[in-house]
Design a protein around this ligand. Structure first.
Ligand code: PEP
Length: 244
């Protein structure tokens, strides 16, 4: 269960969140918990979660190790800061920062080279769904992005299916819609990396996941977890999702 805080919360807010969140999930053993705050909060988040099972991730990375790239943060830096995960290719980055599949692939490889688990996001826009293009878009994103990994690299990533029309809109994909998309991604994984790799791939669903819809989503065999935006900002609501 992963939380994406997007551009919310200061270091002080991060401290308050973990003070309340930690006791609510201290007995959790059935899943991994990852929280992805903004860069300025990572230090506090890593400190607050030391000695717990909660893992911390960043929301983006640059593929180089270091250099004259003003404003960017490398996988090496993120790992050195104590993170274990990083979100790659979130739809907001694709939409607002024009991230391409080639960049998603480069960033995914950079994450792996720095011992970070990439959570690679894919998903169709509303117009694409309405034009019956969902499957084609997912295949295109898979082939142009993570399809370029080696089998060893592919075995180490998490994929998040996040239909863009469901992110932050309150519109959740029905469990059946999400499961169908996950099956497309798993089929592509099987074609490129083999049946075993496809079976082992963990695919998270993201898009307006809330405490009251998580159980139905997780009841789908195809859905292995969730990437949660808005509802991960509140310790009670995210703990309810974790403890679905
Ligand atoms: C997200 O940002 O990845 C996301 C799924 O957001 P929300 O849960 O708010 O729709």
């Amino acid at each position: 269960m992963a939380g994406n805080w997007k551009m919310y919360k200061t270091p002080a807010d991060t401290h308050v969140f973990f003070e309340r969140f930690k006791p609510l999930v201290e007995d959790v053993e059935h899943c991994e918990i990852v929280i992805c705050p903004s860069f300025v909060d990572l230090h506090v988040a890593v400190k607050e979660t030391g000695g717990t099972q909660i893992r911390i991730g960043a929301q983006n990375l640059y593929w180089g190790r270091e250099g004259a790239v003003t404003g960017e943060v490398s996988g090496h830096m993120i790992h050195s800061a104590g993170c274990s995960h990083v979100i790659v290719g979130h739809s907001e980055r694709r939409q607002f920062f024009n991230e391409s599949e080639a960049e998603v692939l480069r960033k995914t490889i950079a994450a792996l080279e720095n011992s970070l688990t990439p959570i690679v996001c894919v998903g169709e826009k509303l117009a694409e769904r309405e034009a019956n293009m969902t499957e084609g878009v997912l295949v295109e994103q898979f082939v142009g992005g993570i399809g370029g990994l080696t089998s060893d690299q592919f075995a180490k990533i998490l994929v998040a299916y996040e239909p863009v029309w469901a992110i932050g809109t309150g519109k959740t994909a029905t469990p059946a819609i999400a499961a169908d998309a996950h099956r497309v991604l798993r089929r592509e994984a099987a074609i490129r990396f083999g049946v075993e790799a496809a079976r082992n791939l963990r695919i998270l669903y993201g898009g307006s996941v809330k405490p009251d819809n998580i159980a139905k989503l997780m009841a789908e065999e195809e859905i292995d977890g969730a990437l949660v935006g808005g509802a991960s900002l509140d310790p009670e609501s995210f703990s309810k999702i974790v403890n679905f």
